[in-house]
Structures are given as structure tokens and as C-alpha cells.
Design a protein around this ligand. Structure first.
Ligand code: PMP
Length: 449
């Protein structure tokens, strides 16, 4: 199929994610022919720097020789088999390695095939744990405003982004929502680098008040990504760990987006020195090759389900592709690459480059903040910088930057008035610089009028 036919048939039959399909009338989808390192290459041979790791999944670039080899080797053995009653080496090896690498003593690994499913699993595990531990009144979940945990009904119920959930509100679970940290518009007038997170108080009060009926608090550690890459300090997580212990509530960490090196450490919770009770991982876990997710639990939770069959305490959640061997083999290789190629040790140089651009972005009159955590950075455009007034969302400033950057060969995704960078961890410094320059120009033009 040539370029034009691919687009034409796409428009006749395909319904894309997270898109108003009508937008494609003016900005048709780009048919990708192949990938090469940090570049996506379309059917006309045009190259785009994948500045968002293809929705935060790619870690080491596209068409990676080691990951390709791993996948091919595994295909020649077996691509998939039932995971109930059977097991395989890549899953066992992955579970063993993740248990050792993640914070705390998360010794048990449950497999699923996407981030939302990992969240559903964590919510159900927490819920069922309390049912089977003599605390059947603990049936509610607490989450933060503007949180994002996925789009399935349970995951959406603990989400806080109106854009994704408002229309579905009547069909969602009843949950409690606390105001989340918003460091750019800090109500206390503090800075995230030096504060003690007094904003934690709202979550603290809510959990204390409802502790008897709350099963778990779920949050995205260090960065509320879909909220506009809202970055907040580790002290918030330390306070949450204490609160959950005191109130006997599970702490569910959703590291689906921030796990696997994005924040500068392998897992974000490491920066706070705390361990969650349940940990959800996905996205980067296979280096961006195949869908896979895991929910890790500690021994105490696991043991609440372990009994004779007749007790009916088993966790009966299942997905057809649970523990897919291709995905697990890739995930093991991803961990090998982290180790062999000293990926985390190489991040500081690239992070330094992001720092150097902070002043240049913030010199633009309509840029309110350039924030960064690890290799994730975000530019927030504002109508009035002194008042931190957002542009009206209808103006779609972020989307306009996206379009301008595409014209210049860079893929940047908008989140409202925020444009962010979440490139593959191995992006060469000159390419990262090119990406930043392109974004700078695009932001300048879009905010000029
Ligand atoms: N949690 C977080 C923090 C996410 O960023 C996402 C995806 N953007 C999800 C959950 C859902 O993952 P998936 O899209 O694989 O269902």
C-alpha cells in the first residue's frame, strides 16, 4: 500500500485512540513505515524524532538489535501458551528479577497485558484482601484530582481528569478524591525543591476521616503525567507511606508511566525511600515492543489469598494473554540492557541538557514554567505569566505546538497547554538538543499571538 492509500483506507475504517476523528480532516494520520533508534520514518521517508517515546513506552529506541534478536529467538520457541497450570522461564526470570529490583519486599508478581489492567488488578487485590482479612467494610478507594490510572471502568473511577471521565461519571465506582499537588500553582507559595509538602494535608484528612472504609490510596509517584507532567517532591510519598501505615490502608503505586528509569532512578519510589503495598508497572517494561503489565504484591497480601480451594479465597482474575512469553522475554532483556549498558548512569548528562534549556524556555513571555524530573520535562504555556492564568483550553495551544513540531520533524504530544518531552532514555544528546530547539521555536510561534 502506498502512502496515500494507507491514509485513505485508514480514514475509511480506523478509529484512533485519544483523538477527535474530525481533526484528521486537517491533519491526517502519518503512516509509519519503520523505526530507527529515536526516529519514526514514514512511508515518504520523512523522519520524526519520537520525543514522547511513542506514548511513554519506548526506552532504548525503535528497531533495537538486542530486543529484535530476543523476540526472534522467543518466536522460534513459543509465542504464547496458557498461563494457568503452566509456566515458562521468561516469566519466572522476570518475576524473580522484578522482585529483587523493586523497592521493599514485593515478592509476588501477577501478570496482565496493559497498564489499566494492572490497575484493575491492584484495586481488586486490595479490595479482596480486606474482604478476606476481617475488614469487609473497607471497600473504597482514594485518589488524587487530575490523576490518570487508565481508561477501563475501575481505573477510570480512580482517575481525576475530567476530560477522560466526566461523561462516564454515572457508570463509575464511588470513590474519594483529594486535591493533588500542583507545584506550579502552589497554594502555599512554596517551591517543590524545598517544601515539606504541606499540601499533603488534604489527602491526610480525607484518609483519616474515612480510614475504616478505605481499602487503598492510589497515586502516580513523583509525576502526575496525564495531568500535564505535574512534578511533585518525594516527601509527599514519604508522608503517604506513614499515613497508610497508621490508617491501615494500602498504598498502591502506579509506576506505569514513571517506572523504568523515566525519573532518573529505576523506580520513582526509590527517591522517597519508600515501598508501596502494591506496585503497577507496564509501558517501558518491554522497551516499547509488546503490551505487558505486572502488579507486584508483598507476602502479606499474597497469603490472604492462599488457602484450600474450598475457602474460595483465590484471586480469580485472568486475561487470555497473561504472562505472554514474547513480552516476558523482552522484559528480561530490557533489564539486561539497563545493567549491561549502564543506562541509568548515562542519564545525568541528558538531564543536564534539559536543565540548560529551562532558562531559554522560561525567557519566553508566555511560558509559565519549564519543569523537569529525570528525563521527563514539560513546558506550561500561560495566557498571563504573572497570574499563572491558563490559556482557554478551546484555543488548543498545545495541539498547535504539536502540529508545528511535526512539520519540523519532531513528535511532541500536547496535554492541554502543556507540551512535554519523554524521549527514549538513550536519545543521543545532539538529537535531544534538536528536539528542544524544535519545541522552543514551535512554542515561540504558537504563543506569539
Ligand atoms: N497509569 C498511568 C500512570 C498511565 O500513564 C497510563 C497510560 N498512559 C495507564 C495507567 C494506563 O495504561 P494503558 O494505557 O496501558 O492501559
Amino acid at each position: 500500500m502506498n502512502y496515500e492509500d494507507t491514509v485513505r483506507y485508514d480514514r475509511q475504517h480506523v478509529w484512533h485512540p485519544c483523538s477527535q476523528e474530525k481533526d484528521y480532516e486537517l491533519q491526517p494520520p502519518i503512516p509509519v513505515a519503520r523505526g530507527e533508534g529515536v526516529y519514526l520514518i514514514d512511508k515518504a521517508g520523512r523522519r520524526y524524532i519520537d520525543g514522547v517515546s511513542s506514548w511513554w513506552v519506548n526506552l532504548f529506541g525503535h528497531n533495537h538489535p538486542r530486543l529484535n534478536r530476543t523476540l526472534k529467538n522467543q518466536v522460534d520457541r513459543i509465542s504464547h501458551h496458557i498461563f494457568a497450570g503452566f509456566t515458562h522461564e521468561p516469566a519466572v526470570e522476570l518475576a524473580r528479577r522484578l522482585s529483587a529490583l523493586t523497592p521493599g519486599n514485593l515478592s509476588r508478581v501477577f501478570f496482565a497485558d496493559n497498564g489499566s489492567a494492572a490497575v484493575e488488578v491492584a484495586l481488586k487485590m486490595s479490595f479482596q484482601y480486606w474482604q478476606q482479612s476481617g475488614r469487609s467494610e473497607k471497600i473504597r478507594f482514594v485518589s488524587l484530582s487530575d490523576a490518570y490510572h487508565g481508561e477501563t471502568v475501575g481505573a477510570l473511577s480512580v482517575g481525576g481528569c475530567d476530560l477522560y471521565r466526566k461523561v462516564y461519571q454515572p457508570m463509575l465506582l464511588e470513590t474519594y478524591q483529594a486535591r493533588g499537588p500542583d507545584c506550579y500553582r502552589c497554594p502555599y507559595g512554596l517551591h517543590r525543591d524545598s517544601c515539606d509538602a504541606p499540601c499533603f494535608e488534604t489527602l491526610e484528612k480525607l484518609v483519616q476521616e474515612h480510614r475504616d472504609e478505605v481499602a487503598a490510596v492510589i497515586i502516580e509517584p513523583l509525576i502526575q503525567c496525564a495531568a500535564g507532567m505535574r512534578i511533585y517532591p518525594p516527601v509527599y510519598l514519604r508522608k503517604l507511606r506513614v499515613l497508610c501505615d497508621v490508617c491501615q490502608v494500602h498504598y498502591i503505586a502506579d509506576e506505569i508511566a514513571v517506572g523504568f528509569g523515566r525519573t532518573g532512578t529505576l523506580f520513582a519510589n526509590e527517591q522517597a525511600g519508600v515501598a508501596p503495598d502494591l506496585l503497577c508497572l507496564s509501558k517501558g517494561i518491554t522497551g516499547g515492543y509488546l503490551p505487558l503489565s505486572v502488579t507486584l504484591a508483598g507476602e502479606e497480601i499474597y497469603q490472604a489469598f492462599y488457602d484450600d480451594y474450598q475457602s474460595l479465597k483465590a484471586f480469580l482474575h485472568s486475561h487470555s494473554y497473561t504472562g505472554n512469553p514474547l513480552a516476558c522475554a523482552l522484559a528480561v532483556e530490557v533489564l539486561n540492557i539497563f545493567e549491561d549498558e549502564k543506562i541509568l548512569q548515562q542519564l545525568p548528562a541528558r538531564m543536564g541538557l534539559l536543565d540548560r534549556y529551562a532558562d531559554r524556555f522560561e525567557a519566553l513571555p508566555q511560558v509559565g514554567e519549564f519543569r523537569r524530573c529525570g528525563l521527563v520535562a514539560a513546558v506550561e504555556m500561560v495566557a498571563d505569566r504573572s497570574r499563572r492564568t491558563p490559556y482557554p483550553w478551546q484555543q488548543r495551544r498545545g495541539y498547535k505546538v504539536y502540529k508545528k513540531a511535526l512539520e519540523r520533524g519532531a513528535l511532541l504530544r500536547p496535554l492541554g497547554n502543556v507540551v512535554y518531552f519523554m524521549p527514549p532514555l538513550t536519545i543521543p544528546e545532539p538529537v535531544l538538543e534538536e528536539l528542544l530547539e524544535t519545541a522552543l521555536q514551535a512554542v515561540k510561534e504558537v504563543t506569539a499571538c
